[in-house]
Design a protein around this ligand. Structure first.
Ligand SMILES: C[S@@+](CC[C@H](N)C(=O)[O-])C[C@H]1O[C@@H](n2cnc3c(N)ncnc32)[C@H](O)[C@@H]1O
Length: 233
């Protein structure tokens, strides 16, 4: 059982003054104990992450890549039914990319946008069948136009709590515009970020851009634990 199987949902209406990040009770009993040290990523990938973290801590924003538990929980919320075009924002070293492939992503319908050049290089080596663009989600509309891609699903790993409010809004609006009325965005935010004001704003800001916002409880088997979100227009 994953943590996302046994959690209550919180549906937030647009413009409502929603509560700050919730921790559903069920999330406390959802997961068996699995040591976080059971990380089987190759050393080269760990070193790549460490290098990026040391040189750009505010861009990477996490001490470790997403665990398989978090990656699977995020991707399990994505509707991949009709083999849609998928855009990933901030693939990093590919934790969620791998989860997408495990779920049957069509490689020809994927594009990842990553702002760190060395991570783009690592992604291209690790996933030769997938397409990666070096650029910032802040320029999303232009990047998609240049790449001639029209995704209807977005998986975002952006450091929401560190982005400025203006940049966060710009990224959310560009993602909403990209996916169109029938599309979907899935993402996560770190629970530890909830003690800082910007992260607490997420549950007010997401519903301003998306009509339908769901939170799916906390994945504890991640460093730091994270909350999964699913948004539709
Ligand atoms: C928390 S890490 C997540 C990495 C990976 N998806 C994972 O879950 O392990 C955030 C990622 O977003 C990238 N990133 C940060 N700001 C970005 C931006 N404006 N545009 C594109 N990628 C960005 C970082 O370089 C990093 O790879």
């Amino acid at each position: 059982m994953t943590s996302s199987d046994d959690v209550s949902l919180t549906r937030l209406e647009p413009g409502c003054d929603a509560p700050s990040v919730e921790v559903p009770c069920a999330a406390f009993r959802a997961e068996p104990f699995v040591p976080l040290t059971s990380d089987r990523r190759p050393l080269s990938e760990k070193l790549l992450w460490l290098r990026a973290l040391v040189t750009a801590p505010r861009t990477i924003a996490s001490i470790a890549p997403s665990s398989q538990a978090l990656a699977d929980a995020v991707v399990s919320r994505l509707d991949l039914g009709d083999s849609p075009h998928v855009l990933e924002l901030g693939p990093g070293t590919g934790a969620l990319t791998r989860a997408l492939l495990r779920r049957g992503l069509n490689p020809g319908r994927y594009v990842g946008i990553e702002v760190r050049a060395e991570l783009v290089e690592g992604l291209r080596t690790a996933f030769p069948d997938l397409s990666f663009v070096h650029g910032s989600a802040l320029g999303l509309s232009e990047l998609l136009r240049a790449a001639d891609v029209e995704p209807t699903r977005v998986v975002a790993s952006l450091p929401w709590s560190i982005l400025s409010r203006v940049d966060r809004k710009a990224c959310l609006e560009a993602a909403a515009q990209a996916i169109g009325p029938a599309g979907q965005l899935v993402t996560y935010s770190y629970v530890s970020g909830g003690i800082f004001l910007p992260a607490r704003r997420l549950d007010r800001e997401f519903p301003r851009v998306f009509d339908d916002v769901e939170t799916h409880g906390v994945v504890w088997r991640n460093l730091p634990p994270a909350m999964v979100w699913s948004c539709r227009r």
